[in-house]
Design a binder for this molecule. Sequence first.
Ligand SMILES: Nc1nc2c(ncn2[C@@H]2O[C@H](COP(=O)(O)OP(=O)(O)OP(=O)(O)O)[C@@H](O)[C@H]2O)c(=O)[nH]1
Length: 465
Amino acid sequence: MNTAQKHNLLGDGAQVLRILTQVIPQLLPHRSLQDIVGDIQHALGSSVTWIAIERDGELQVHHTGEREDGYAQACQVLLHPRIIEHPYAWRILSWSQGVGELFYPGLDMPFGQLQTGILCKLPLRDYASTAWLFLAYQHTLPSITILKHGVTILADKLRDYLLEQSAREFAFQELQQISEQYKILFERAPVLMNSFDRNGRCTLWNGECERVFGWTIDEINQAQDPLALFYPDPAIRSDVRESVNTSPLTAMKEWHPLRRDGTMLTTLWANILLPDNSVLNIGLDITARKQAERILTLKATIDDLTQCLNRAEILKKLENELDATTGDPFAVLMIDLDYFKRINDSWGHAAGDKALRHFCDCMRACRFPEFYVGRLGGEEFLVILKEADCDDAVTFTTQLRETLITTPLLLNEQPVTLSFSAGALAVKGKTLILSQVLTEADKALYQAKHTGRSRTVCVRPGDIC
Ligand SMILES: Nc1nc2c(ncn2[C@@H]2O[C@H](COP(=O)(O)OP(=O)(O)OP(=O)(O)O)[C@@H](O)[C@H]2O)c(=O)[nH]1
């Protein structure tokens, strides 16, 4: 059918409806607007056809001619004073002849020669946008009224198509925004997030993993078994695999992976099974926190001044020894510095502190297989010698006295030899309770103090030797 025959059909209402039944079913969501404009032009035989959409102040134009500037074409019509200053609200405007001269004066074929034209507004107000459909013919048509009715029907369907497209685009943009937000969250959250596939290849590795472990995802995947970088022990590796792949842990579990520099981390991990059956591992690096906890725990057991065990801790140790089911023998020494007040009085309190630290250093320097030193308070100390008897206790104090002589305390560069008295007690089996041990050792110490000081008195319960 040639163009003239096609134009004649547009003068017949029934034919126009028949043409529309071919075009309207093509307004499918997956088809592009450019294709749809092409369908309309082909079915209705127009020479110039375009659809313009104004969204957020921006004009998008969909047209058929590949080489033509559709944007300029649409602007010339939509920004024409006759359109902008139109005195009435309008939905559809038509010109039975002279459209080319009106909108495209002096332009080449077919623009300057266009005769009949229709501009139809497609209100898309819900989405803060407006669209226009423009059709123009080089010849005058038999009935502009019939064409206008046809275009109104087509415009309604076209508007439904555009609204659906807008809704899809809106949903897509929202999805993209959400996915972008999750991407940022994944990359920047101060939480370790990663995932490994069934072959052990790393598929996800967020910024925090890179920062904490020191490897990039590419570096990890260069290893034959990436997991072995973190867990060199095959048994632990198998536990990790079991926890991730076989029974993902929803509660946090502590693991100790290695980082790139070989240091061991303390981490907590939980595994989240995703809908595609992959597992996302979420972890927290608690190395610094654990370290701080260890230091705090240690500090709670240490005497600040002398760095030996504090009173509570040495008494706890003594109680543990007394409660031990094995009932292994051990010796207890209660030690008190002699005439310590004189050091404070002669050299000042700071010198007294220095003397206490020096005395503890000398005790710790003594050679004995296993022993604990604790400060009971002031210048009084308790020493527990494991698997020892009274003779060992005496040997220990003799050694300590020698050390104090060979390594005197220096006060204002003057050597001062510290002296101490000691009460020793040997404990065998589970025969005594804590208070009895302390009372007996104290009795022996008292004896040492009142029989000349600088000596060790050994006692067996109820019996001083
Ligand atoms: N510099 C210093 N002095 C302390 C500390 N704790 C207790 N003292 C002092 O230790 C002295 C203990 O004096 P005394 O109980 O009379 O004992 P001493 O002078 O050693 O006499 P004997 O035990 O009888 O030989 C007191 O002057 C306390 O103030 C401390 O942490 N630092």
